[in-house]
Design a protein around this ligand. Sequence first.
Ligand SMILES: [Zn+2]
Length: 96
Amino acid sequence: MSSKLPNEYAACPCCKKKLTGASGIQDDTSVPGPGDLSICIYCGTILEYEEGFFLHVAPDESLSRLNSEEPEVYIQLIQMRDAILAYIEARRTFFN
Ligand SMILES: [Zn+2]
């Protein structure tokens, strides 16, 4: 389950794939706001939401702040990013 976001133009700044949906770590139906962090499901880049559901690569300061203020959420984020990267690598290995 995930929530569909009202911006059909939002895309990952790294892989350029459209990102029009999101799933929360604790609540699948939550909608992200400016400053919330996300992970591109296509390339594993950690992203940060802007106004209007646009995204940029999460700056180191945002990751450091999350790590100091909510270390358990930071660990979940990194583990999820690592799982996505492992999935991408497994797919690449399987299909090539
Ligand atoms: Zn991407």
